[in-house]
Design a binder for this molecule. Structure first.
Ligand code: GTP
Ligand code: MG
Length: 462
């Protein structure tokens, strides 16, 4: 087949840069290195002055003179840049319009209904009476109003472990959801406060924003929380208040193992400080989250395998006046069943002041979680819910799961009505968690001091 070339192609093929081995090569190379020559070459190829200068710059980077090839690459790049500029301008315009009506939330947490409003009872008080004024029966969570609705829409066979997706060996990435949860997900209406919160903290599976040229994230936040871009006045930039500064200190601190005992907790060490613990199903990410608190990688063993942590581990944090406990997970854990043992330990341990309950953002609260909360009943410390692995779901889905989890935790006794959303892997939301931990640590220490001074006064009066 005959090869026919257009005039431009034949010009390109006969271009001096392609004729290697020519005697004129050293001279050409010398001329090509001159910016004036490259610019004039660009002009001779029919470009405007600015484009010719750009082509010259481009050629300089490649160490070549401006040829048709480099000019067309330059043009393509310029076109792409122009498209991007227009696209960004469009987005900015849309954002400006949205901002007019958007009320930016405080940045710490969306405002959710108070416990009293939501449940008609104090946290830690009586379990909420159901709509038809029946008290909740925690021995049978199926009587819960929400659960009744769930069961009505669903045909799973009760609350036995067999239905727990976590118990299915070999299923790692795609955990099958119960049918009821899928139905609720599809019908969930996500409040604006939750959507705004997710946007504000850039939660969910998304590309992290690039900083402008010359801008740098402060080292302490690097890879830690994209909401903290270090710009003056950015949301939760961590500098504005004492709590933020404390959270930064925790982030820069380190964890050290203090003690370890069997999951039955019989040889538990005596308490030295108030304690907080992470609990959740096996493989939900408790140990990873604890490591991410101070970015002490590999301290608590964490693997993509249920049943890695098989003991109760006490860690002390250099910058926090509380001890952190890593508990074994409940649900499937390689043949072991730690749920009842851990529930007993949590009920008995008086120095345990907060139970951070971890829930997988891909699945929401699962039957094994309900079983565990039911086995705790009204006992144990206050529960704070954390949605983990937020980087594994898209923001839209995250909003739905968060809405459902917030709805569900209203029925859990002694639970706070706030939800902390984090990703231990990407660092999103970790500052929020640290702030929460610090604020509680401060109030715990104040309480201990108050009690001590009361005791001293009593002793003096006697
Ligand atoms: N993508 C992602 N993966 C996570 C996150 N947190 C934990 N993981 C992964 O989840 C797997 C389990 O983490 P672990 O910390 O061992 O879970 P665990 O709850 O301590 O598990 P047990 O000790 O067996 O009860 C590991 O492979 C982690 O890398 C997260 O926020 N995002
Ligand atoms: Mg673990």
């Amino acid at each position: 087949m005959a090869l026919s070339l257009s005039p431009a192609q034949s010009l390109w093929l006969s271009s001096p840069t392609l004729s290697s081995g020519s005697r004129a090569e050293p001279l050409r190379a010398h001329r090509a290195s001159s910016p004036a020559h490259r610019a004039s070459r660009g002009r001779s190829l029919g470009l405007g002055a600015a484009a010719a200068a750009g082509a010259a710059r481009h050629g300089r980077r490649l160490g070549r003179r401006a040829t048709h090839a480099s000019v067309s690459t330059y043009r393509k790049r310029e076109e792409k840049r122009e498209l991007r500029r227009r696209w960004l301008a469009g987005i900015e315009q849309e954002e400006e319009e949205e901002e007019k009506e958007l009320e930016v939330p405080s940045g710490v947490a969306p405002v959710f209904p108070s416990v009293e409003e939501a449940s008609g009872s104090r946290p830690g008080g009586e379990p909420r009476a159901s709509e038809d004024n029946e008290p909740l029966d925690w021995a049978n969570p199926g009587l819960n109003v929400l659960e009744r609705a769930r069961l009505a829409a669903e045909d799973w066979g009760g609350w036995d472990q067999g239905t727990d997706p976590a118990a299915q060996l070999g299923v790692k990435e795609m955990i099958p959801l119960p049918r009821a949860f899928r139905i609720r997900l599809s019908e969930a209406f996500v409040p604006k406060s939750i959507k705004d919160f997710i946007e504000l903290h850039q939660l969910g599976n998304r590309k992290l924003p690039k900083l402008k040229r010359g801008e740098r994230r402060p080292a302490i936040f690097a890879g830690s929380d994209p909401a903290h871009d270090g710009r003056q006045g950015s949301v939760d930039d961590g500098r504005s208040d004492t709590l933020g500064r404390m959270a930064i200190a925790v982030h820069k601190g380190f964890l050290r193992q203090r003690a370890r005992c069997h999951p039955n907790g019989e040889e538990a060490p005596s308490p030295e400080r108030p304690e907080v613990a992470f609990i959740g199903a096996s493989n939900v990410g408790k140990s990873s989250l604890m490591n991410a608190l101070t970015r002490t990688q590999q301290l608590a063993p964490a693997k993509d395998d249920p049943g890695v942590t098989r003991s109760i581990d006490w860690y002390k944090c250099s910058r926090l006046p509380v001890d952190v406990i890593d508990l074994p997970g409940y649900g499937y854990a390689k043949g072991a069943q730690y749920g009842p043992l851990v529930a007993d330990f949590v009920k008995r341990r008086k120095s345990l002041r907060i139970l951070y309950c971890l829930v997988d953002a891909r699945t929401g609260i699962r039957p094994s979680d309900w079983n565990f909360y039911a086995s705790l009943g009204d006992d144990g410390p206050e529960k704070i819910f954390i949605l983990t692995k937020c980087d594994m779901v898209v923001p839209k889905m995250l909003g739905k799961v968060a809405t459902l989890v917030l709805e569900d935790i209203r029925s859990v006794p002694r639970s706070s009505q706030r939800l902390i959303m984090v990703s231990a892997r990407m660092g999103q939301g970790m500052h929020d968690l640290r702030c929460h931990l610090c604020s509680r640590a401060v109030s715990m220490v104040q309480e201990v001091k108050r009690r001590q001074s009361e005791l001293n006064e009593r002793l003096r009066s006697v």
